[in-house]
Design a protein around this ligand. Structure first.
Ligand code: ZN
Length: 407
């Protein structure tokens, strides 16, 4: 491959700025694009003309407000330029969403997961559902440009391979097997809490933009449920958030602690995940093999007992809070003070964990010195996961469209 000249690189970057602004604030007029990107009027014209010619963006005309004068012309991503499918894998179900390039949800399918031995045939089952989604919307497989998949667990940073997950355990799943027979999408595989942190970063960025203030330098999302997931977003020097999902739930909490689903002893999850809380509440030996899945109704019953005054149930939730608080304290020592957004099904038991959480946070010297981080509770995690998928996949489609239009 020939190296790109510096002019080409600048042109790509500028086109990227235009598409990113349309993505975040669109539709936008020529003048608004120039204001928001800081690019000259001539540069914006050249870029929009090129993207229009390649059918990446299109014009919209709106009648002037008073019904007289020239119509307002604005640009927006052309919806039919390509499609993406977002797949959310969770402990009990699979959710598929078909979305166009403009970010509009076209169709959604939910499937109940079939059981534990599905890992080997998982990619082909996923492909079948993608075919069904395409059929329902009369799309050809070739129009699917991106398949964005999320799961809890560990993903390979370089290829679409799920290395370890609560759903499939140590059996890895290679999603590139869905390709072939006309289906050749780019496959993006993400840890689910990483998507949540990415979506939150986008929200706080927009709020700061509206208020005219600076966005926070960092933030994190802590997802509470059967397992514990963490996503961190950091502002890089160019002002973009970089998001990562360190293996927080499997950091050591207690030497000689409970057996974790990952096979280690004493992970944060083994105390603070749903199965860990149940184990403490019922005084089950801590080396008992963790349940693969705990129905939320079991946790609701335990929480009701705790709220009625059952000491052992209260203790179990408090120990969970303590493990989370100490873990967050360590994280603040290694990073910097940042707001924490609690999400996931476990937030409904936040009141029962709060005392332990505060106690754990208060044990950290970094927190005693810098003060408590802001703590927020977000109830709708599903919406954030979906927003994270869109942000990632549509951004990827924008970059691919720019490369294709400048070849
Ligand atoms: Zn573990």
């Amino acid at each position: 491959m020939l190296a790109k000249s510096s002019t080409e690189i600048v042109r790509q970057q500028n086109s990227g700025l235009v598409l990113a602004q349309l993505r975040r604030h669109g539709p936008l007029s020529h003048t608004e694009l120039s204001d928001r990107t800081g690019l000259s009027s001539a540069t914006v014209s050249a870029i929009t003309a090129e993207l229009e010619r390649h059918q990446v963006i299109e014009r919209q005309e709106q009648a002037p407000p008073a019904g007289r004068g020239r119509p307002r012309v604005s640009f927006t991503q052309r919806r039919e330029c390509g499609y993406l499918i977002a797949v959310r894998i969770s402990s009990d179900q699979l959710e598929y969403s078909l979305v166009d390039y403009g970010g509009t949800l076209i169709d959604r399918l939910e499937e109940t997961r079939r059981g534990q031995d599905e890992a080997r045939s998982f990619a082909s089952a996923l492909r079948n559902t993608i075919e069904r989604l395409c059929e329902r919307s009369s799309l050809s497989l070739g129009e699917i440009r991106v398949v964005s998949i999320s799961s809890k667990g560990l993903v390979d940073p370089l290829q679409p391979v799920l290395l370890w997950s609560p759903v499939f355990g140590d059996v890895s799943v290679d999603f590139s097997a869905i390709r072939g027979g006309g289906l050749e999408p780019d496959i993006l595989l993400s840890n689910e809490t990483r998507l949540v942190a990415g979506a939150l970063a986008r929200i706080v960025e927009r709020q700061a933009d509206e208020r005219g203030t600076l966005p926070p330098r960092a933030l994190c999302a802590l997802s509470l449920g059967h397992g514990i997931g963490l996503g961190i977003a950091h502002l890089d020097p160019s002002g973009e958030y970089q998001v990562a999902a360190p293996d927080f739930g499997h950091m050591l909490h207690l030497a000689n602690g409970g057996l974790c689903r990952c096979g280690s002893i004493g992970c944060i999850e083994a105390t603070a995940g749903f199965y860990g809380i149940l184990r403490t509440a019922f005084e089950v030996p801590s080396d008992t093999i963790p349940a693969r899945f705990v129905p939320i109704i079991e946790m609701e019953k335990l929480a009701a007992n705790a709220r009625r005054g059952d000491r052992q149930a209260q203790f179990a939730f408090r120990q969970a809070g303590l493990a989370l608080g100490q873990g967050l304290g360590r994280m603040q020592s290694l990073n910097e003070k940042m707001p924490v957004y609690f999400t996931g099904p476990g937030v409904r038991f936040y009141d029962l964990m709060e005392r332990g959480l505060m106690e754990g946070l208060g044990q950290s010297r970094a927190i005693r010195r810098e003060g408590m981080p802001e703590l927020h509770i977000i109830l709708d995690e599903t919406a954030l996961v979906f927003a994270g998928h869109l942000d990632l996949a549509l951004g990827h489609m924008d970059r691919t469209a720019i490369s294709a239009s400048q070849e």
